[in-house]
Design a protein around this ligand. Structure first.
Ligand SMILES: [Zn+2]
Length: 725
């Protein structure tokens, strides 16, 4: 039978068949490996192992460190603790730093200004949802950022070179990881959102902050409660900074300017905020408005599931109880209520330098919310799965781990407002933020580029706003790139004063972001061209008058927005009174006078937030087209980019036609049977067919791009040749 099958086919048919078989086996492979994970609480050795694995797997996006190595703190415990680290006695305190070091090299302004988030998995070692939740959060973010960064070349290099082969491999990898995200219910847009979060924030993740307690499954660290060990409203200067988990957190806050932080606990279900200390038993904080908004979206985005309700939100004093020496109020107020902050003189571990509990005006102004994850400290069931993770806030897929991954993502989202330009005339831009790309020398000029027909009188630009709740105003600014002041590089936030006089403005209306409570999509405003997975987003639109521009003009379009101006309002019962918001996160978006620097990091307050610019290229072409410097191959075999079959000279009659390639999804049962009979042939065919198809397409892409850029787009030589990786 095999023989007759083989002879029956012509060579082209045979190739086509092999190709289908190759595609089929790829799908079968994906189905077998499975991308839907049922979450389980991980023991300490497993967490340590996975942390090491992440740092090996994503070296440009994450660094793994320990408090021992970076801060010279001792390990705690004996040779019977944390035995997975057999080279030391006791436990190390591991932490991950997620940071896009390619986008923000150490000498760049954005290295200092990027907003910072801290996630602590557990200060109490027997409250065990947090460590797994923050580890899974880090893993998801890194997977998305890595996937979104592929392929890592501006234009496909010649397929005959080593780089060309690498590009082909990266393009295939990109197609397959994007498909895996879709399979687990994470849309293209959601994947880009996750990648944006990684590339625009610095996120420090400490899954097992109390490493010894977590390893021993005990609340305290060697008998001392970590969450009574912070120098805020303690009863004695001897009673703070006694623990290594406390000192680890202390050192991290001294080294960063965290604006947002989460501290995971368990034993009840609460999202709690200030105050949580005795002096403020019945008071609200001067940042109460923002704390109410943020805790409320934490609760809603986390959601509920069988046997649980959405997290109640409120002050820790009201919903939990007041404590001395809690991490929460220390992280929020340690820099601006100095009379509650003693100089710690602990006797443990040979003492601790007194300078370590002297804080400058900037270190301790974070929103550090208390997350009590679950009534059971170690829940065994209903942990949730990775399926539909970002949408499924109220069903069987949700669970204790799943909902706290979402909650952690929300903290990362809200740390800073941003504007994402979505598209032009309802045609979407392919890329949002591509991780691991350099942002120097106005690289932004070509990271979002739309070709606009020269006879257009006006076009509509659409965008959405994130990182906040209320958009007070949002505008388009546009000018020819030639007239944009040199100081505007398009990647760091400009000051309004530096924008010069060349820009014209179109105002759009104000409105909510998608995180605003009660916001609902208005179906009547849905435009036909809108991508279906964006119907959950309030979109802003404004038109640009093009009559003064000519073919060849390159126009820079910035969108600005003012966000959450209502956060400065003071509630009744605030204490201390009359001082206004004290946190970085509120002031950073409401107060342009706000400036704090510490440990090489800076927070500059601003009212106007700027998007990464969109370049409009006025051309003689008839169609609007995305010319951004990296086209993404959604589906390596059927990308619409390659549709203009007539214009392409076929290189080889043996190549598979576009139609055949596109039809490959509908292989029949016959082919499935044939697969099992022709295993060896398929393996050969797989390699051969991918190579042939890939090479031909690589050529087309090179010539397409060369034409576009050579004829219509004159960039600096340096930029043109610049390679991303
Ligand atoms: Zn606790």
């Amino acid at each position: 039978k095999t023989r007759s099958l083989l002879f029956h086919f012509t060579f082209d048919e045979m190739l086509s068949f092999l190709h289908k078989a190759a595609v089929a086996s790829t799908f079968i492979g994906i189905a077998c490996t499975g991308s839907n994970v049922e979450y389980k609480l991980k023991p300490s050795h497993k967490i340590a192992e996975e942390l090491k694995q992440l740092s090996r797997q994503y070296p440009h996006l994450v660094a793994l460190s320990t408090a021992q190595e970076v801060f010279n703190l001792p390990t705690v415990g004996t040779q019977n603790d944390c035995t997975f680290d057999s080279d030391v006695e006791g436990c190390r305190n591991y932490f991950l730093t997620l940071f896009d070091s390619k986008a923000h090299p150490t000498e760049s302004e954005s290295y200092r200004a990027i907003p910072e988030v801290f996630l602590s998995g557990a200060l109490h070692g027997n409250e065990r949802v947090g460590p797994t939740a923050v580890l899974e959060t880090a893993k998801l973010l890194l997977e998305a950022a890595e996937c979104e960064s592929l392929p890592r070349f501006i234009t496909p290099p010649s397929p005959d070179t080593e780089k060309g082969v690498e590009w082909q491999l990266q393009a295939q990898e990109a197609a397959s990881c994007r498909q895996e995200f879709l399979d687990r219910g994470i849309s293209d847009h959601q994947r880009k959102w996750l990648a944006r979060l990684v590339s625009t924030r610095r996120i420090v993740v400490s899954p097992m902050t109390n490493a010894l307690g977590y390893d021993r499954n005990q609340r305290e660290e060697d008998g001392i409660d970590c969450n009574r060990d912070f120098p805020f409203d303690v009863t004695s200067e001897r009673l703070c900074m006694r623990t290594i988990c406390g000192r680890t957190v202390n050192e991290l806050f001294r080294q960063h300017l965290f604006q947002m932080s989460l501290t995971f606990h368990g034993g009840t279900e609460v999202v709690g905020y200030e105050w949580g200390a005795y002096p403020y038993l019945h008071n609200l904080s001067p940042d109460d408005k923002a704390q109410v908004d943020i805790s409320s979206i934490y609760s809603r985005f986390a959601g509920s599931f069988q046997g649980t309700k959405p997290y109640p939100t409120g002050t820790m004093n009201d919903l939990v109880y007041a404590v001395h020496g809690g991490m929460e109020d220390w992280a929020y107020a340690g820099s601006w209520i100095p009379d509650k902050v003693p100089i710690c003189k602990p006797k443990t571990y040979g003492g601790y330098s007194e300078t370590k509990s002297v804080y400058n005006d900037s270190m301790l102004r974070a929103f550090n919310m208390l997350i009590e994850t679950s009534n059971q400290k170690i829940p065994q069931t209903h942990l949730g799965t990775s399926q539909d993770l970002l949408d499924d806030t109220s069903s069987t897929h949700n669970g204790h781990v799943a909902r706290n991954i979402r909650l952690a993502l929300m903290a990362i989202e809200l740390v800073e407002p941003y504007i994402s330009i979505w598209g032009v005339d309802y045609i979407p831009l392919e890329n949002d933020i591509v991780p691991m790309t350099t942002h120097t020398s106005r690289a932004s000029k070509r990271s979002k580029v739309m070709q606009i027909p020269g006879d257009r009188q006006e076009i509509t630009v659409s965008w959405f706003v994130g990182g906040g709740f209320d958009v007070a105003s949002t505008n388009i600014l546009y000018a020819k790139w030639d007239d944009v002041p040199a100081v505007i590089d398009g990647s760091s936030q400009p000051s309004t004063a530096n924008m010069g006089t060349a820009f014209k403005t179109t105002r759009a209306s104000h409105g909510p972001t998608r995180w605003k409570e009660g916001w609902q999509f208005d179906e009547t405003k849905k435009h036909e061209g809108w991508n279906s997975d964006l119907t959950g987003y309030p979109m802003f639109n404004a038109t640009i008058d093009l009559t003064e521009f000519r073919p060849g003009d390159q126009i820079a379009v910035f969108v600005t927005a003012q966000v959450d101006q209502g956060w400065t309002t003071q509630s009744n019962g605030v204490s201390p009174k009359g001082i206004g918001p004290m946190s970085h996160i509120v002031n950073a978006r409401t107060n342009s006078e706000w400036r704090h620097e510490s440990a090489g990091k800076v927070i500059q307050g601003r009212k106007d937030w700027f998007s990464i610019p969109l370049t409009l290229l006025i051309s003689d072409e008839e169609k609007i087209a995305d010319l951004s410097d990296r086209f993404i191959i959604h589906d390596f075999e059927s990308s619409s980019e390659f549709d203009n079959e007539e214009e392409t000279t076929r290189e080889s009659s043996k190549s598979i036609s576009q139609d055949e390639a596109r039809g490959s999804g509908s292989f029949s049962m016959t082919f499935l049977i044939a697969i099992s009979l022709l295993c060896a042939v398929i393996l050969f065919g797989f390699a051969y067919v991918y190579k042939t198809v890939g090479r031909r397409k690589g050529r087309e892409r090179v010539s397409d791009n060369e034409d576009m850029f050579a004829q219509q787009f004159e960039f600096d030589e340096e930029l043109e040749l610049h390679e991303m990786d």
